[in-house]
Design a protein around this ligand. Sequence first.
Ligand code: C5P
Length: 232
Amino acid sequence: MGKDVIVACDFAGKKEVFDFLDKFTDVKPFVKIGMELFYAEGPEIVREIKARGHKIFLDLKLHDIPNTVKKAMSVLSRLDVDMTNLHASGTVAMMEAAIEGLTREDGTRPILIAVTQLTSTSQERMEADLLIEKPLDEVVMHYASNAKVAGLDGVVCSPLEAGKVHEKCGADFVTVTPGVRFADGDIGDQVRVTTPAKAKEIGSDYIVVGRPITAAEDPVAAYKRCVAEFCD
Ligand code: C5P
C-alpha cells in the first residue's frame, strides 16, 4: 500500500472547494470529502472532483442495520470513490455486509476502513454513556481486530496508535491518520498531534491533513511539504 497525503476538504460548498482545488495545477491530491460538503452538494460533487482527476476518500462513517449499509455502500461504489468508511461499532455482520455491497461486479472495490471509537469519546463518557467499561485503548484495538476479521482494509486512528494497530492486525492493515501538524504550525483544536515525518516513522499509511494545507498562505507549497516529509 503506497503512502499518500489526503487533503481534508472541509468546505461549506462547491465554490469554496473549487477555489481551493483550482490552485493545484501540476499535482492532483487525494481529497477527503466529509459530511458537510456531501450533504450540501450531493453526489454530484464527488463526480465533479473525480472528473478533475483526484482520488476520493468519502468520509460518511456509515452505521445502520447490515442490509441498509450494504445497499448504501453499493451506491457509493458506483460513485467510483477510492476509499470510504463506517463505524466498527455497527458489528462484524454490518462490516461484512458493507464489503458485499461495496464490491463491484468485476470484483474490485474501494478501500474500506473503520472508525473505532471517535477521538471525541473519552474513557469517562464511554463508561457513563455507552456502558463500556474496558480501557479505551483496548476497545480501539478490539474494534480494529473486528474490522480485520470482517475483511476490511484498515482503520482511522491517531498516528500515535498506528504502530500498535500494525502490530495487532498486520503490516498491510491500513492506518489512516488525522491529527497531523507541521512542527512550526498551529495545533488548533487537535489535542494529540504529530508531524508528517513522525507519522511516517510510526508507520501511518495515509495522513489526513486539513487546515495546515487549506488555511495555509500557499496551500500548494504546504501540500508539497507534507508529501516531501511523509512520502519521500
Ligand atoms: O484541519 P485538520 O487537519 O484538523 O483536519 C483533520 C480532518 O480529519 C478533519 O476532516 C476531521 O474531521 C478529521 N478527523 C479528525 N480526527 C478524527 C477523525 C477525523 O481530525 N479522529
